[in-house]
Design a protein. Structure first.
Length: 388
């Protein structure tokens, strides 16, 4: 994020419910059935944030960030909440990292939002990701297209899935997004927004593809890509991975030139993306790049009596405060059981302390990997650990 000069914003986990209804859209799946919405004690309706854009823009408007500079570049990382049916890659609490650039309608920024997450994926050696882009038009060209699309869909209305029938009335573009086989077949030849763009949207889309070409970033145009949020104008995009199952989107985003005004700010264009972090981890896991590394104590004190245990605890505190990982027995187990535990936890070293060690100030430091033992002074455990 800092390479691209984005600054972090941390917004609250919940916002007034109306913020999401106004930005994401009343008729979207997210707002109509997936939000965690509650009444607080003051009878105000609040919602756990289902995404980051609305909150970032609310903060932008409320704090007049646009007055400080004409272009505001913000990023965020954090939990989001959607009450969806849990399945692989679809969680009710998940995490996103994302960015928003508010104040410019330059197509360079549309592309920046695609290449930024792509750079993250490339740096993590994500193989086989693909970038799909589309233009969802604007209030000049979309209404006309909607009429054409609805007329086309009405001809096959009775054969559409019940969900698509409902969408046709409320949000016809989303019929194209249906995963149902019958819907996909019936809409195979449906008219697409990208073929009905007004001159301004058309020029913008051509610029985006030209810039992607200049950067040699592979992409495909997907005329059916509509996304599940209503605030987009012009560019919409998704980055998918074949390593994921049916929930294959790693990241998604697009331009929202009307949203700041819709939320009560001055007319200000904007564009952004958000990326699912659990999905990213799923891909990394599949590629064998996440190896769970258990926390290993470097040294385990085996204490033979209560006094030695207290002594070990004091020593452990001193060594831990220097950043050395130490474990000891808290269960008052036998020496044998403590040795077994040290082994189970894969401690590299063990020191057995009892009455004679405390009296002489000398003990044996055992290397559990090699079985080697050396005599050390109890005052010099730290030096002994460093020099071995
Ligand atoms: P979104 O497509 O709804 O867009 O979410 C972005 C990414 O979050 C998805 O591609 C996916 O990786 C992840 N994601 C979404 N829902 C879940 C879930 N239930 N479980 C796990 N991961 C999930 C947005 O949120 C927009 N705010 C993006 C944006 C920013 N547009 C403009 N600026």
């Amino acid at each position: 994020m800092s390479s691209y000069n984005y600054r972090e914003i941390r917004t609250p986990i919940f916002e007034q419910s109306t913020l999401f209804a106004r930005s994401i859209g009343e008729l979207t799946d997210i707002v109509s059935k997936e939000m965690y919405t509650f009444l607080d004690r003051g009878q105000e309706s609040i919602t756990l944030r289902p995404e980051g854009t609305a909150a970032a823009l609310r903060a932008y408007i409320q704090n007049n960030l646009g007055e400080q500079s004409p272009l505001t570049k913000l990023y965020y990382v954090g939990p989001m909440f959607r009450q969806e049916r849990p399945q692989a890659g679809r969680l009710r609490q998940f995490h996103q990292f994302g960015a928003e650039a508010i104040g410019s309608s330059s197509p360079l920024l549309d592309v920046e939002m695609m290449v930024l997450p792509r750079d993250v994926y490339l740096q993590l050696s994500i193989e086989e990701m693909s970038l799909s882009i589309n233009s969802v038009g604007c209030p000049v060209c979309r209404p006309k297209y909607k009429t054409i699309l609805v007329a086309h869909l009405e001809k096959v209305f009775s054969k559409l899935s019940p969900e698509s029938q409902a969408r046709l009335r409320q949000n016809p573009l989303r019929v194209l997004d249906s995963k149902e086989e019958q819907d996909r077949e019936l809409t195979k030849n449906a008219p697409l927004m990208k073929d009905f763009l007004c001159p301004e949207c058309s020029v913008h889309f051509a610029s985006v593809t030209a810039i992607l070409g200049t950067l040699n970033v592979p992409y495909q145009i997907d005329g059916r890509l509509v996304r599940g949020l209503d605030y987009y104008t012009k560019t919409a995009f998704e980055i998918t991975s074949t390593a994921l199952g049916s929930q294959d989107a790693l990241a998604g985003g697009g331009r929202y030139d009307l949203l700041v005004e819709e939320l009560g700010g001055k007319p200000t264009p904007g564009v952004g993306f958000a990326a699912g972090m659990e999905r990213l981890m799923m891909v990394l896991e599949k590629q064998g790049q996440i190896k769970s590394k258990p926390l290993l104590p470097l040294l385990y004190f085996v204490a033979l009596d209560a006094r030695s245990r207290s002594w070990a605890f004091v020593q452990a505190s001193a060594l831990r405060s220097k950043g050395i990982s130490i474990e000891l027995d808290y269960m008052e187990r036998s020496a044998k059981a403590q040795m077994r535990e040290a082994n189970r936890q894969q401690a590299k070293y063990v020191i057995v302390v009892g009455e004679s060690e405390l009296t002489t100030g000398v003990a044996r430091l055992k290397n559990m990997l090699t079985g080697d033992e050396q005599t050390i002074q109890l005052e010099k455990i730290e030096q002994a650990l460093i020099s071995t």
